[in-house]
Design a protein. Structure first.
Length: 505
């Protein structure tokens, strides 16, 4: 009882530990996937911010470059049209960002001169100052144009962000963040209207969309937003963890299988130990009975105080013979099991007339059937009854089946034994009207030492070796055995044996 208690305590501890391991692995895998998803989303958001900054910088550089070229062209045109008598006044905004416009007037006077040489010297001496004044004028004019553009201009987003430039910048920034996935995008205004999108963009909520504002430093222009999503984001996230997840699951599964197999072996060994204990008890009883009978008969014969005429020599002789045969049969069964355990079975194959062997076996059993008020019928229909087999073991197969048919009958036994040819062999069927076998025990009756439970009543003696021996011998002859049974109605054991045996030693 204590051993069983210890076993179940150990089983519960192992089960709880295994369940805990599986739960921890599941939580760890879930957290790992969540962390990778957050990292992926963070990298995408950073990439989109960089995309917006890159597009804004690209536009600014392009605009300033164009304006500088335009100012240079205007200055060149203005200087080329000046005359010697022209006085140029230019108002330059030194601080265009202030609320009060400070103006500095730089006057460049070209005075008339009588001599060309004097004019040349004057221009040469004032050259450096003129270039500095013009540079200030250009910067102020550039700032003035930028401010006017910010206040008064409304630009079409399709012109500000060419589709090809957007795709190139977006792909480049994502690759810099290690994201090489197909994506879909769209540019929307603050009302959700799409102004530009990729070919397969889906505006439904099926995918998680990343959003960033384009040109975030625009104060007066209408805001536009870039929407991006990745159709294969989930596959990418799971794939990035596939090795760790698969390895973890595999190791957990291996541990689970090993523990399950260990528990299965323990339970099987425990059951086998119980069966062997029951077998030893039965064997002791079965062997003790004939030994006791032989011992009593021997004592009676050897007792000098009993007259010879009262000893009933014939009866005692038959009794000794029967009990010795019974004892020999039990020992033989145990030896058969030992032989099978060592895999040292050797069959003596020869050609046998199966019908003659069955008739001889049924003749020997007819007395036992009559003693039980039963009947034994034979229906030998096989056209070809000759097979290659070991005569002794084949006889034991039939005897065991007939013996079970008698032992497991709760009323007057009616037994039918028949043969028929089937698939290059012979099928032997032994049918009885006994107690039958329930479905839950049908697949176990051929196990070694197994006996169908009958509660606390053990009215049928035996070791649980007979059907195990029959199955092993049938398989040794390359045959098959199966049973059809209904509880309370009876059973039919079918044995198929092929005509010819090959590679049997």
């Amino acid at each position: 009882m204590m051993k069983k208690l210890y076993f179940w305590i150990l089983f519960i501890i192992v089960a709880i530990s295994l369940i805990g391991l599986i739960v921890l692995q599941a939580i760890w895998i879930k957290n790992t996937i969540t962390q990778n998803r957050l990292y992926f989303e963070n990298q995408v958001n950073i990439a989109l911010i960089d995309v917006a900054a890159s597009l804004e910088k690209e536009e600014t550089v392009l605009y300033i470059s164009n304006e500088m070229q335009s100012l240079n062209r205007e200055e060149n045109q203005s200087i080329s049209h000046q005359t010697p008598n022209l006085k140029v006044n230019k108002e330059i905004l030194l601080h265009p960002k202030s609320h009060t416009k400070s103006k500095v007037t730089a006057k460049i006077s070209v005075l008339p001169s009588e001599k060309k040489q004097d004019d040349s010297l004057r221009l040469k001496s004032n050259g450096t100052t003129s270039e500095y004044v013009i540079s200030i004028y250009q910067k102020a004019k550039l700032v003035e144009r930028i401010v006017n553009r910010m206040i008064n201009s409304q630009y079409v987003i399709e012109e500000r962000v060419p589709k090809r430039l957007l795709e190139h910048t977006l792909t480049a920034e994502l690759l810099l963040k290690g994201i090489n996935l197909p994506y879909e995008y769209a540019i929307k205004d603050d009302n959700g209207e799409i102004h530009m999108n990729s070919e397969n963009y889906n505006d439904s909520g099926k995918f998680h969309k990343f959003i960033v504002r384009l040109f975030p430093n625009d104060i007066f222009n209408r805001p536009y937003f870039l929407y991006v999503y990745f159709p294969l984001a989930n596959q990418y996230i799971y794939k990035s963890n596939s090795f760790i997840v698969i390895s973890s699951i595999a190791l957990t599964l291996i541990i689970t299988l090993v523990i399950a197999y260990a528990i299965y072996i323990i339970l099987k060994q425990k059951k086998l130990s119980e069966i062997k204990t029951d077998f030893i008890n039965n064997m002791t009883h079965e062997l003790k009975t004939p030994i006791s009978t032989i011992s009593l008969a021997s004592q009676l014969l050897a007792d000098p105080n009993v007259p010879l005429e009262n000893k009933n020599i014939d009866h005692l002789a038959r009794l000794l013979l029967d009990e010795s045969k019974r004892l020999s049969s039990h020992v033989e069964k145990v030896l058969h099991i030992a032989v099978f355990e060592k895999n040292s079975l050797r069959l003596r194959i020869k050609n046998i007339n199966l019908h003659e062997l069955i008739e001889q076996a049924t003749k020997n059993f007819s007395i036992q059937v009559k003693n039980k008020n039963g009947k034994l019928f034979t229906n030998l229909e096989a056209q070809n009854p000759f097979i290659e087999a070991d005569e002794a073991h084949l006889t034991n197969i039939i005897v065991n089946l007939l013996d079970n048919a008698i032992k497991y009958s709760d009323k007057d036994p009616i037994i039918h034994i028949s043969t028929q040819n089937f698939n290059q062999g012979v099928v032997i069927s032994v049918k009885d009207n006994g107690v039958g076998i329930s479905k839950e025990h049908l697949n176990k009756i051929f196990d070694q030492f197994y006996r169908v439970p009958t509660g606390n009543v053990h009215n049928v003696k035996g070791f649980g070796l007979g059907l195990s021996y029959v199955k092993k011998m049938v398989e040794a002859h390359h045959g098959k055995i199966w049973v059809e049974s209904s509880l309370g109605i009876g059973s039919t054991f079918n044995v198929y044996l092929p005509f010819y045996q090959r590679n049997i030693q």
